[in-house]
Design a protein around this ligand. Structure first.
Ligand code: HEC
Ligand code: HEC
Length: 352
C-alpha cells in the first residue's frame, strides 16, 4: 500500500512537472495594468482575461484588420481613429459597409477598464462581448462571426499569434474578443495637462484655472473627475431628431423616464473628438455651449441640474474652453504602442 502511494505521488509529480514545462514553453509575458495615481480600481475583471504582451499585440492586429468586415475594407480603427482619441474625426456619423452610416456618433475609446456599461445607451454590459455588435451590424462591418473566424484561420500569422497569446492555435470568437479587450483596456488616457497639474508637475494659466472653477460648479456633477463622466444616463434637453428617432436609454429599459437619456460622455480629449453629442449634432464646442445656455428644450425628465438651462457668459465660455483644452493628452493620441501595426494595410480614411 505504502509503495503504491509513493508511486502515485511520483507519477503526480512527473505529470505536474511536464505540465510546468508545457506552460513554460508557451507562457505569454504578463502585461502590467497601471492604475493612475488617485484613480479608483478598474471594474474590468483581469482575472478572467489576464493581460499579456502577446494578447495585446494580437488585439491590436485585430483592431486594425479590415478583414473583420464583409468586404474587408473596414476595421475597428476606420471609425475609431487614434488621432481623434479613437473617435471618428470630423464626422457626425461614421461610414460603414457599402456606403451605409452609423446612426450615432462614435465615442472616444479611452479608460474603458473603468466602464461597467458601454454605448450611448449602456446597451452592452461587458467589453468582451462588445466587438460582436459592430462586426455583425449591417451599417458597420456587416460580417458574420463564422466568416471572420474562417478568414483568420486562413492566415498563418494569426495561428501563431493565437498560440502565443492563449497557448494553442485554436481560433475562436471568445479568444478574438478577449484579445480585442486586452488592446482596448490598455487605452488609458491620464497624461493631459490637467493630469500633470493634479500631479504637481505643471500649473494652469489663469483662464484654465478660472475655467476649472466654473467647471467644478456647473459641469462636474455629471462630467465627474477623474473620468469626466459619472457614467450615468441623463436627458440634457436635446430634442428628438425625428429622422433617426433615437430614444436613448429607454430603448434598453423600456422605461418612459429614460426617454432621450444618453450616457454622459467623458470630456477627456474633447478638443479632438468633435462633432459632439450622441448624434454628433454639435459641430463645435460653441454649439454645445449654445445648447446649454439657450437652445435646450427641457421636457419632463430633463435633468434637474439643467431644468433652468445653464447660465454662461461669453467670458465664462472662454475660460471653460481653455480648461477643456487642458484635457488633451497627446501622449495618448500619439502613442506608438497603440498605432497601427506595421504589417497591416494602411487604414483607409473615408472622405465626406
Ligand atoms: C462603422 C463605424 C464603426 C466600426 C467599424 C466600429 N465601431 Fe465601435 N462604435 C461606433 C459607434 C457609432 C459607437 C456608438 C454606438 C452606440 O452608442 O450605440 C461605437 C461604440 C463602441 C464602443 C463603446 C464605447 C463606449 O464608451 O461606450 C466600443 C468599446 C467600440 N465601439 C469598439 C469597437 C471595436 C472593437 C470595433 C471593431 C470590432 C468597432 N468598435 C468597430 C462605430 C464603429
Ligand atoms: C445634468 C448632467 C450634465 C451637466 C450638468 C453637464 N453635462 Fe455635458 N453632457 C451631458 C450628457 C448626458 C451629454 C450627452 C448628451 C447627448 O448626446 O444626448 C453631454 C455632452 C457634453 C458634451 C459633448 C461631448 C461629446 O463628446 O459628445 C460636452 C462638450 C459637454 N457636455 C460639456 C459640458 C460642460 C462644459 C458643462 C458645464 C458647463 C456640462 N457639459 C454640463 C450631461 C451633462
Amino acid at each position: 500500500m505504502k509503495t503504491f502511494k509513493v508511486i502515485t505521488i511520483l507519477i503526480c509529480l512527473v505529470v505536474v512537472g511536464v505540465g510546468f514545462i508545457e506552460i513554460k514553453k508557451h507562457k505569454p509575458t504578463p502585461l502590467i495594468f497601471i492604475v493612475p495615481k488617485g484613480w479608483p480600481k478598474p471594474i474590468y475583471n483581469f482575472k478572467n482575461n489576464p493581460l499579456t504582451v502577446e494578447g495585446f499585440e494580437l488585439g491590436k492586429k485585430l483592431f486594425y484588420d479590415e478583414r473583420l468586415s464583409k468586404d474587408s475594407t473596414i476595421s475597428c480603427a476606420s471609425c475609431h481613429q487614434q488621432f481623434s482619441a479613437f473617435a471618428t474625426f470630423d464626422h457626425n456619423f461614421s461610414h460603414g459597409y457599402n456606403n451605409t452610416f452609423t446612426t450615432r456618433n462614435a465615442p472616444a475609446l479611452q479608460n474603458l477598464a473603468w466602464q461597467k456599461e458601454l454605448m450611448w445607451d449602456g446597451g452592452i454590459n461587458h467589453l468582451d462581448v462588445q466587438p460582436i455588435t459592430p462586426i455583425v451590424a449591417e451599417n458597420e462591418m456587416a460580417e458574420t462571426l463564422e466568416n471572420v473566424i474562417y478568414k483568420l484561420k486562413k492566415d498563418t500569422s494569426y495561428k501563431r499569434m493565437f498560440k502565443n497569446a492563449f497557448g494553442s492555435n485554436e481560433i475562436t470568437t471568445e479568444r478574438m474578443t478577449k484579445a480585442l479587450s486586452q488592446f482596448m483596456v490598455m487605452l488609458v488616457s491620464s497624461n493631459s495637462k490637467y493630469d500633470k497639474v493634479k500631479r504637481g508637475e505643471d500649473t494652469f494659466n489663469l483662464p484654465e484655472k478660472l475655467g476649472y472653477e466654473i467647471f467644478k460648479q456647473k459641469c462636474a456633477s455629471c462630467h465627474t473627475e477623474p473620468f469626466f463622466t459619472d457614467l450615468s444616463y441623463r436627458n440634457t434637453g436635446m430634442p428628438l431628431d425625428a429622422t433617426i428617432n433615437d430614444i436613448g436609454r429607454m430603448r434598453i429599459t423600456n422605461n418612459k423616464n429614460d426617454s432621450l437619456k444618453f450616457k454622459v460622455p467623458s470630456l477627456r480629449n474633447v478638443d479632438l473628438t468633435f462633432p459632439y453629442g450622441h448624434d454628433g449634432r454639435f459641430f463645435t464646442l460653441s454649439n454645445v455651449f449654445e445648447h446649454y445656455k439657450s437652445n435646450m428644450q427641457p421636457i419632463h425628465n430633463t435633468d434637474i441640474l439643467l431644468k433652468n438651462k445653464l447660465y454662461l457668459s461669453n467670458f465664462q465660455i472662454g475660460q471653460l474652453t481653455a480648461f477643456l483644452f487642458s484635457l488633451t493628452d497627446s501622449s495618448f493620441t500619439k502613442n506608438p504602442l497603440f498605432a497601427a501595426p506595421a504589417y497591416t494595410k494602411p487604414i483607409i480614411l473615408h472622405q465626406h
